[in-house]
Design a protein around this ligand. Structure first.
Ligand code: F6P
Length: 361
């Protein structure tokens, strides 16, 4: 019997999503003879079942280099906490039974869920209700457990590093302090990797709470020593010692809380404490856009093909992972048990410190 497999992309987009869709669809059709059903806009496509499209080989031709996702996505569609308007108010309802009903009505044999910790975690909850799930780890934040790397991260680091290289030349010309806020949620991977690659002076990450007085002092000392500029990279989730991370939006009915503001705060503090001319750049969603790097295209392709092999082996409630250079499957429960954060005593932080990067601690 021909299998019908659904595939969806959920949460924030990341470069490489289309490469996974392409690789999975090619393997599913050409190697296994299955039908592939594209579910649009994350779990929304299983809530509103007209949000589907059959994926044929023609639909996925030429998409490996394209950013975004041909299936669309959302980070507001958690079916276990779905915002519903009731009596002039927004209430969060569990509509997961409807999702299961539509999954069965569409006669899907399994679902490939491409997402970060939120989406993959929802997939795990749906697996407990009987959905046959295989997860694929996506996020520019690189914070999913079990896997050594998520696709999208390498492209985001490239984008952030290119921005740092550009900011350095203008900082140098104007003798300025440049503060650059990068994404990453509660993990400092993008800040740390782009900071090392961009040879910046200060990196502030959530895993190492910083002392703002010391950060300002470090920048001031550089200027006193005749260094004409300083570059400070701040992860959006970085927090001062004894303080909290800063949020731009925290309304649960609007989905996941949105971090933001720490870059401007750090910039203001440096400027007022040192008197040095300071500018702040918030890189924002540019880190999620554009064409994936060759590394991400290859990683996404390896993930996509292996997702099909896991389904063929009836290995569900599993996520494809990269471990020590090899692609394999691991239980989703392990992957979502704990976010993968930067180890303050790990190799990368050590390398950064050895090359003169200050963490504000
Ligand atoms: O998880 C990916 C990510 O880009 C985070 O780095 C960032 O905090 C968040 O998504 C932004 O989400 P939104 O697209 O809702 O602004």
């Amino acid at each position: 019997m021909v299998k019908r497999i659904g595939i969806s992309t959920g949460g924030g987009d990341a470069p490489g999503l289309n490469a996974v869709i392409r690789a999975f669809t090619k393997t599913a059709i050409s190697e296994y003879g299955w039908e592939v059903i594209g579910i649009r806009d994350g779990f929304d496509g299983l809530i509103k079942p007209d949000h589907v499209m059959q994926l044929k080989l023609d639909d996925i031709r030429g998409i490996i280099a394209r950013g975004g996702t041909i299936l669309g996505t959302t980070n507001r569609g958690n079916p276990f906490k779905y915002p519903v308007h009731e009596g002039g108010q927004v209430v969060l309802k569990d509509i997961s039974d409807l999702v299961m009903e539509n999954y069965r009505r569409m006669e899907l044999d399994a679902m490939v869920i491409i997402g970060g910790d939120g989406t993959i975690g929802i997939g795990h909850q749906l697996a407990q209700k009987g959905m046959k799930i295989v997860g694929v780890p996506k996020t520019i934040d690189n914070d999913l457990g079990s896997t050594d790397q998520t696709f999208g991260f390498d492209t985001a680091v490239n984008t952030a590093t290119e921005a740092l290289d550009k900011l350095l030349t203008t900082a140098e010309s104007h003798h300025r302090v440049m503060v650059v806020e990068v994404m990453g949620r509660d993990a400092g991977w993008i800040a740390l990797y782009s900071g090392i690659a961009g040879a910046v002076n200060v990196v502030l990450i959530p895993e190492i709470p910083f002392d703002i007085a010391r950060v300002a002092e470090e920048v001031y000392k550089r200027s006193e020593a005749g260094k004409s500029y300083s570059i400070v990279v701040v992860a959006e989730g970085a927090k001062p010692k004894g303080g909290e991370a800063m949020y731009a939006e925290r309304d649960p009915s609007k989905g996941v809380a949105r971090l933001g503001g720490v870059g401007n705060w750090v910039g203001d503090q440096i400027s007022s404490r040192t008197g040095l001319e300071t500018r702040v750049t918030v890189l924002g969603h540019i880190q999620r856009g554009g064409s994936p790097t060759p590394y991400d295209r290859i990683l996404a392709t390896r993930y996509g093909t292996h997702a099909a092999h896991l389904i063929n082996e009836d290995k569900f409630d599993h996520m494809v992972i990269l471990r020590d250079g090899k692609i394999m499957g691991a239980p989703i429960s392990e992957a979502v048990a704990q976010n993968k954060c930067v180890d303050p005593k790990g190799d990368e932080v050590r390398v950064a410190r050895d090359t003169g990067i200050y963490f504000g601690d």
